[in-house]
Write a protein that binds this ligand. Sequence first.
Ligand code: ATP
Length: 590
Amino acid sequence: TDDRSADLTELAKRRGFFLQSAGAYGGVSGFYTFGPNGAGLKDNIEDSWRDRFTVREGNVEIDAPTIMPEPVFEASGHLDGFDDMLVECPSCGESHRADHVVEDNTDYEEAEGLGPDRVGEIIEEYELVCPTCGTGLAGQAIEDFNLMFETNIGPGSSSPGYLRPETAQGIFVEFPQLKEYARNQLPFGVTQIGRAYRNEISPRKSLLRVREFTQAELELFVDPEDGEGPDLDSVVDVVAPFYGVDQQAADDGDPLDITVGEAHERGLVADPWIAYYLGVAAEWYDSIGVDMDRFRFRQHQSGERAHYAADCWDAEAEVDGDWIELAGFAYRSDYDLSKHDEYSDEDFTVFRQYDEPITTERPTVDPDMSSLGPAFGGAAGDIADALADLAEEAPDAFRDAESDTDGEGTVTVEVDGDAYDVPVGQTGFSVEEVTESGEHFLPHVVEPSLGIDRALYTVLDHCYREDEVDGEERTFLELPASVAPTTVGVFPLMDRDGLGEEAREVAADLRERGLSVAYDDSGAIGRRYRRQDEVGTPFCVTVDYATVGEARDDDEGEPGTVTVRERDTTAQKRIAVEDLAETLDALREG
Ligand code: ATP
């Protein structure tokens, strides 16, 4: 598998998919530049995600800045808790992720949730060594390393900012405006596709762990008391391997190949919205070229969940013999909105209208309570506040005191550890009737969070093929036509006798129709086919003598036709030039 990933990386660089950036200056790990084919593939994957998760779901997309001020990340918990475990080699000084050292060397498949003490113990127990130089790491301190890139906003250092480690916060902080846009109607889904930045301790495995990457996230705001949920009909039949905490604990640990409907019914995926989007995602990954035999959903163990997540599933793919996380599906509850509601001056709640207005009794105490003055001296003001709180929280204390037959009639409040008995008559207690048409509450959030770079790399890996054509080895990418960077290669059989002009015209015409075209007239035709095969171009059109009406005999084709060659089978057929665009469009749509 090392060979395979080396082949893929070599192909990626040679054919303009991606390469480590700034190589002229030695490069720096964790940053990649997408070349012409990579950028095309990435755009197509993003467009297809947008179409599936935004447009077809009736969600809306926003575009927030990548740098945000410190208070945002104070509230979100990232400043305090967005850490990875770092262990430094005492000999070569290289830093490593301590949980990765554990995962790479023993039978611990997942060490993320274990905590620094336990990870330190395991390193000691198994005598684990530095992946770079082989020195033993036992006894080295395991430190928390915050993954956010810090910067200064404006001159000086008085206004720290951070490059966003996830796109999600850019959606949450704007919720007070977004809820107005949605006119307080839930469910309401907001998506964003954009760069996120994490100062990974040790970037590795090519695009799979980088320091700047693209996320495609959906934050779906739901009313937790809305019993209706999504219409699961469209996804119930989607089959995927579901790998719950129970199966992970079991000895065989095999995922269950079941439908989304079953996974939900069995309570394996409890939340209906999570179930719904697992189904949507499985179909989407399949559509962009992920091999469903090397794909699974895995539920997080409790220790592994992020600081905000109540339940979490990952979509995982097998790449180079490892299972890697493609996406996380988290039930974030009201964690984020409650934090921003608390830390900012804005109101993050949504108004829920009752079916019928509800009339309730609201107890009040006289806010002034000047009568308390003489009886309690300087403490009177504090006691008044404590009484007002008590009236809200435990109104029965007043009612009970009012009807107290012993004649005591006092309520007890505590101020700074001292208890005071206040005669209820002096509190000005009364009960008011109020009618309310609804209430304010914080929506809960369901979040499918997908990484585009990992999806792209997985698609390349899963679509990579080697076979033999005419006794020659060939490499090709079996990319779905909908994501292939180039849809069609157009070649003149040779660039003479007007074939070149005709082919250039065909190419221009197809471009006009919105198809992505590669024109190529250099080298043997077989070589040109191979070049397109290698970058996953699904169709090649060849203009020959028949096209220009100069075939020597009919076997060479009807006048006005071209050959269309299909990448995977290499089969060719003839099509009239005037039908070409329509035929290719139909083939592309599948
Ligand atoms: P990991 O455990 O692999 O570090 P994570 O659980 O921290 O990932 P999330 O915070 O759930 O990842 O981020 C959502 C998605 O963003 C991931 O599923 C992944 O596709 C992508 N992602 C996260 N970190 C990286 C990275 N360093 N490089 C590339 N993609 C990433």
